[in-house]
Write a protein that binds this ligand. Structure first.
Ligand SMILES: Cc1ncc(C[n+]2csc(CCOP(=O)(O)OP(=O)(O)O)c2C)c(N)n1
Ligand SMILES: [Mg+2]
Length: 565
């Protein structure tokens, strides 16, 4: 039995072509993939379609590019990979999309239907493997159901709390033909804000003496960000953002008070603890922003908590709220009243913004060695346009970017809240591929870069002049820092012996330069930019300069002293 009716029948199409037609119908303009013989019919469909393809060097990079696409556009990033080994690599990006609530659809090849359960070549049970990591893991068993399942996948990936969907494609199904008609784009569905909820919101915020908003999650748009900034300004609402969500509020805005991530401004933590009313908008306030779940009492915070999140099951999950609103940030902001009758304190906002400015001032920072990250951050503030897209993965090098860069425009930060290493380079490739006019900078550690460093070839292949600032301290620095804290002096498995990354860049056909002294950084940065090629600036950082405030030796000494006490 098929779900199609005779009256809507169309000409006969190969499964792989029918699938590509559905993607085009759903508005897909770009696919990130690593090819495989398991889905040749889809690749053949792409041959004549008006869809750009980015062929990647490893499926993890492809999935991370699709995630970056989803973050930047709000539309599902599309990734295609082959069976077992390809799917296994892609999981790295799926986990990021899950934790970041990014819309993404991963298509995976699958063995022929008649061979199932024999552990055939590259066989994998996708529902079992991806089941906990995505919103829906499915397999298309009947060629006629391709339009139905793909339309549903787009709805699921983008609705409620956005996230990844995985669709497996049996090889023999893809080469069958079908006369099934195209499905249309699903109508977006959103909840509403009742008048009583609006009244409660107004009264809770209006009665607050020390309100504070914390923004996070996905499902924002440039207009909703702007509208919320105006709302905050009119109502004297200080606004923080969650870990790696810095592009949700302009850093130069007088109501901005900083980000709650790793290594947070202690004055910001104090302000959150002192606040009497918290508006948690869009995010989950999970482990990192909540400072390992210490910021609010669980399950019942002592503050009045207004929690807005698109997934109703997220409300009251960890923190019991005073008012819960199941809406996307976009829909919530659209429903906000312009002015509250609020009596919040304008001076408090000023003090907190000043505290952010002081905390993010690189002038006060001096680290061991000739290469000073503070110099780099100071230079980038003036050298980069406000809409430059900054990308990174995980490592202590990222602290500098998070703390000292002024994220002033929407969509300028691509960074995984899951703390996945290796994300920065693929994200930069995707960002430049879809925004060729934008300046795109990737921050990477020596460890981080090598996780997906092969995608530098993709940057060269598609002529994408991104600039990679590769901060080389010869170690997995973050882990070394933790070792010195927990097991001082016992360095284990954290030392790295690195290649010459400038020559690596050149060997790939890009521009490369070694920078040992940060005084040389501005000129090197200009040469990299002027080269018009994908570039790597190989920056040699003293391993002692592990954090903006403490050296490795100081961390070790501190740990030894505290252990002795
Ligand atoms: C995929 C992945 N593997 C391992 C880790 C654990 N981890 C977090 S940071 C880090 C070291 C990062 O090293 P590097 O990129 O050189 O940056 P640094 O801390 O030295 O500045 C490691 C191994 C991780 N977060 N992600
Ligand atoms: Mg390192």
């Amino acid at each position: 039995m098929t779900t199609t009716t005779k009256t809507h029948m169309q000409h006969s199409r190969l499964g792989g072509h029918l699938l590509v037609d559905q993607l085009v119908k759903q508005g897909v303009e770009h696919v990130f993939c690593v090819p495989g013989e398991s889905y040749l019919a889809v690749l053949d469909g792409l041959h004549d379609a008006k869809v750009d393809i980015t062929v990647c060097r490893q499926e993890g990079g492809a999935a991370m590019m699709a995630d970056a696409y989803g973050k930047l556009t709000g539309q599902p990033g599309i990734c295609m990979v082959t069976r077992g080994p390809g799917a296994s690599n892609a999981l790295a990006g799926i986990h990021i999309a899950k934790q970041d609530s990014t819309p993404l659809i991963l298509f995976v090849g699958q063995i022929e239907r008649g061979m199932r359960e024999r552990e055939a070549f590259q066989e994998m049970d996708y529902r079992a493997v991806f089941g906990t990591q995505c919103k829906w893991a499915t397999e298309i068993d009947q060629v006629d159901r391709i339009p139905e399942i793909i339309a549903r996948a787009f709805h699921i990936a983008t609705s409620g709390r956005p996230g990844p969907v995985v669709i497996a494609l049996p090889e023999d199904m893809l080469v069958e033909t079908s006369t099934a008609p195209d499905a249309r784009i699903p109508e977006p569905v959103s909840g509403g804000l009742s008048s009583s909820q609006l009244q409660s919101l107004d009264s809770l915020l209006s009665n607050a003496k020390k309100p504070l908003a914390i923004l996070g999650g996905s499902g924002w748009a440039a207009e909703s960000r702007k509208a919320f900034q105006d709302f905050a300004e009119k109502n004297h609402l200080p606004v923080a953002v969650q870990f790696r969500r810095q592009a949700l509020f302009s850093a130069d805005h007088p109501n901005y008070i900083g980000d709650v991530g790793l290594g947070v401004n202690p004055k910001l933590i104090a302000a959150i603890k002192e606040a009497d009313t918290i508006l948690l908008l869009g995010g989950r306030m999970s482990e990192v922003p909540s400072q390992s779940y210490t910021l609010f009492d669980i399950p019942t915070p002592h503050q009045t908590l207004i929690h807005v999140h698109p997934d109703i099951s997220e409300l009251n999950r960890t923190y019991q709220n005073t008012l819960g609103i199941a809406l996307s940030p976009k829909d919530f902001v659209a429903a906000l009243p312009e002015q509250l009758s609020n009596k919040a304190d304008a001076e408090r906002v000023k003090t907190l913004h000043q505290s952010y400015l002081d905390w993010s001032n690189p002038d006060a920072i001096s680290s061991p060695g000739k290469f000073q990250m503070a110099d780099v951050m100071r230079h980038l503030r003036t050298a980069l346009p406000a809409d430059a897209i900054m990308c990174n993965g995980a490592g202590n090098y990222a602290t500098w970017l998070h703390r000292f860069h002024r994220f002033n425009e929407f969509g300028t930060q691509l960074a995984p809240t899951s703390g996945s290493m290796g994300y920065g380079l693929p994200a930069a490739v995707a960002a430049k591929r879809i925004n060729p006019e934008s300046t795109v900078v990737c921050f990477a550690g020596d460890g981080c870069f090598m996780m997906h460093g092969q995608e530098f070839a993709t940057a060269v292949q598609y002529d994408l002049p991104i600039i990679v600032l590769l901060i080389d301290n010869g170690m997995y620095g973050t882990i070394r820092m933790h070792q010195e804290r927990e097991y001082p002096g016992r360095v284990s498995a954290t030392v790295l012996n690195n290649p010459d990354f400038a020559r690596y860049a050149e060997a790939f056909g890009g521009y490369g330069e070694r920078v040992e002294n940060s005084a040389d950084f501005p000129a090197a940065f200009e040469r990299a930019r002027a080269s018009g090629k994908p570039a790597i600036l190989h920056c040699l950082q003293d391993p002692q300069a592990i954090t903006p405030s403490m050296s490795l030796d100081q961390i070790r000494e501190h740990a030894l002293n505290t252990q002795h006490r």
